[in-house]
Write a protein that binds this ligand. Structure first.
Ligand SMILES: Cc1cc2nc3c(=O)[nH]c(=O)nc-3n(C[C@H](O)[C@H](O)[C@H](O)COP(=O)(O)O)c2cc1C
Length: 208
């Protein structure tokens, strides 16, 4: 646990709400930063531990904990990249070397990459659908915690979240899936606002 960071004890009474204009403003203006626009520094060990601990507080029906994290830092990013490159070349033997090199460098785009693994228990009383949703909430919590620490981030899947050989290289157990690779670092360029949902189109009031 990071020095000075206090996590609640089991059974401790907690605030039922956290009124904060700063939080509202951060949520109103939240944006992902594309991985290509990330660089160092990234979170240090204590910050990352806290970011992961916050992410793991996502809503989780009956505390199944249907997720786990695989962290990529330092030279592990390049080492995993070699495995990705190998899979890519096997899948696309016609592709040129520059493209293969690019695939091998994917994890080098950010100082820290966290693979959020959806690891559901299909035999549990909690429907698997709910367990899957928890992993999405974990990823979003991670983005918000990273942002509150001053880091930029992006939640990606890309092809290597779905390729069987890439998943084997990642070390997934049967039935596990990648909910996302969360790239965390410092933005080289601030993002611009993108289109947002037409709220009128997505809100209805039942019975009206
Ligand atoms: C499960 C999931 C997977 C995603 N995978 C990709 C991806 O592979 N490539 C990509 O460009 N964006 C991907 N995105 C979208 C980005 O994370 C991001 O949401 C998008 O760039 C819009 O930016 P915003 O978060 O600021 O709205 C994914 C989002 C989710 C929720």
């Amino acid at each position: 646990m990071a020095d000075g960071i206090k996590y609640p004890e089991l059974g401790e009474t907690l605030a039922s709400a956290h009124p904060s204009q700063a939080t509202l403003e951060a949520l109103r203006t939240r944006r992902s930063t594309p991985a290509d626009f990330l660089t160092g520094p990234g979170p240090d060990a204590e910050q990352l531990q806290d970011i992961l601990t916050i992410a793991a507080r996502a809503p989780d029906h009956r505390r199944v904990v249907p997720f786990r994290f695989i962290v990529f830092e330092g030279e592990a990013r390049a080492r995993f990249g070699l495995a990705l490159k190998e899979v890519f070349v096997e899948n696309e033997p016609e592709a040129d070397e520059a493209r293969a090199e690019c695939e091998g460098n994917r994890f080098l785009r950010a100082p820290v990459v966290v693979a959020v693994i959806s690891s559901t228990n299909p035999n549990h009383r909690t429907p698997e659908w709910e367990q899957i949703l928890t992993s999405g909430a974990v990823c979003q919590n991670m983005l918000l915690a990273a942002s509150a620490y001053g880091f930029a981030a992006q939640w990606l899947t890309e092809w290597y979240a779905f390729d069987e050989k890439a998943l084997a290289a990642l070390g997934l157990e049967p039935g596990e899936k990648v909910a996302g690779y969360v790239y965390i670092g410092t933005a080289t360029e601030d993002p611009k606002e993108r289109g947002r949902p037409d709220m009128k189109a997505i809100i209805s009031r039942w019975g009206e």
